[in-house]
Design a protein around this ligand. Structure first.
Ligand SMILES: C[S@@+](CC[C@H](N)C(=O)[O-])C[C@H]1O[C@@H](n2cnc3c(N)ncnc32)[C@H](O)[C@@H]1O
Length: 357
């Protein structure tokens, strides 16, 4: 890359990411305001109890850490590990439309928070596990509707000041390393709990010919994931499978790459070992498993208070047990070895390998 190209890349990255952070930080403020108005007349939620010595981090601390994450993201792009992101492919129109949906849903979220309602899903005849059929984060319809799928990314980005996309992109690094050594068309990848497909769209943008299968328990979320991958260009998904991560419908040793993003903190403690076992089982010898999830207690002392606050503001029934879960032990006990791990703002990336045959 010539110095001029580097300057152009940095300028473009800086401008687009600053605009994104500004946009979502403004929505975050608007959301707080809308929440306050919607809460008038409702019983006030209990005051959060925080024991972490550093308390809840200030907005300035969070934004500093977002900048550190984006610097790492830019370094990866400059190193050629993945291309400049295509965040917000639906453009300004889409962003405004999603902002409106997000603000419109706030009164319902505030009502659920005030009344502790998180069991509004119809469970009669449900084929999904009981623990799954809840209004996670107090969101309308839980994981079970197209509206929820459309809203999900905006809710997440708003919570994290637009940094969720860059946190997920960290998961492209171990894929890029593998793709450098091998022809991507001959690899097989599985993404478990794909949600609305944000990471899959990044994977497709970076590795247009890598065969990828998506899986999730939510049909509407998978439907959106499929569309997003199509819009990202390159090959369509090789499959989109509705199913539980604790019983993956694939033979052992099938995939060279398995990814799993933001699932473990949503799982009851008893289910986590089952899912870890399945991720390890379907991974090929010599393959790589990429897990990205929330930071855990002690990973970044400045942010520990946030890990305590989060489950007090949102319906996150399993988060408190997640932050002390032995994540490395879960996988190392199943034939995998941790080969890399790093923090990415409020997330951490863990890369495991299965010994070659
Ligand atoms: C927090 S979202 C993360 C989605 C996506 N990976 C991302 O990066 O945004 C959790 C996802 O896990 C899915 N999920 C939860 N429990 C699951 C299970 N036991 N098996 C498969 N998917 C599950 C939900 O449907 C939802 O799409």
């Amino acid at each position: 890359m010539t110095p001029v190209e580097r300057l152009a890349l940095r300028t473009r990255f800086g401008l687009t990411q600053a605009a994104r952070v500004g946009w979502y930080a403004a929505q975050n403020r608007a959301g707080v305001r809308a929440g306050r108005e919607a809460g008038e007349g409702l019983p006030p939620p209990p005051k959060p109890v925080i024991e972490a010595p550093a308390g809840v981090p200030e907005r300035a601390t969070l934004l500093k850490q977002v900048r550190q994450l984006l610097a790492r993201d830019l370094a990866n792009i400059e190193a050629g590990l993945y291309p400049m992101p295509k965040d917000e492919p639906d453009g300004l129109r889409g962003m405004f439309a999603r902002r409106d949906l997000y603000l419109k849903d706030i009164p319902a979220i505030v009502r659920r928070r005030a009344t502790g309602s998180h069991q509004e899903l119809d469970r009669s005849g449900a084929t999904r596990p009981r623990y799954y059929m809840q209004n996670f984060h107090f969101q309308t319809d839980g994981w079970m509707s197209e509206e929820s799928a459309k809203l999900y990314d905006t809710q997440v980005e708003t919570l994290f000041f637009g940094a969720a996309a860059a946190m997920r992109r960290q998961g492209l690094v171990p894929i890029a390393e593998m793709v450098r050594a091998r022809d991507q068309r001959r690899l097989k990848m599985l993404d478990v709990a794909s949600g609305s497909g944000a990471f899959l769209a990044d994977v497709r943008h970076a590795f247009p010919r890598l065969p990828v299968i998506a899986s999730d328990l939510s049909e509407p979320y998978l439907g959106l994931a499929r569309q997003r991958v199509r819009r990202a260009g390159g090959a369509a998904l090789s499959g989109a499978v509705v199913g539980a991560a604790e019983a993956l419908p694939f033979a052992a040793d099938t995939f060279d790459l398995v990814s799993n993003i933001y699932l473990f903190h949503e799982l009851p403690p008893k289910v986590r070992p089952l899912v870890a076992g399945e991720l390890a089982r379907v991974l090929s010898p010599g393959g790589r498993l990429i897990v990205i999830d929330s930071l855990q207690t002690g990973d970044n002392l400045e942010l520990d208070g946030l890990l305590e606050l989060f489950p007090q503001l949102f319906h996150e029934p399993y988060y408190r047990s997640y932050v002390t879960e032995d994540m490395i032990g879960l996988f190392e006990g199943r034939g995998l070895t941790l080969v890399a791990s790093w923090a990415a703002f409020v997330s951490k990336v863990m890369v495991f390998e299965k010994a070659p045959r």
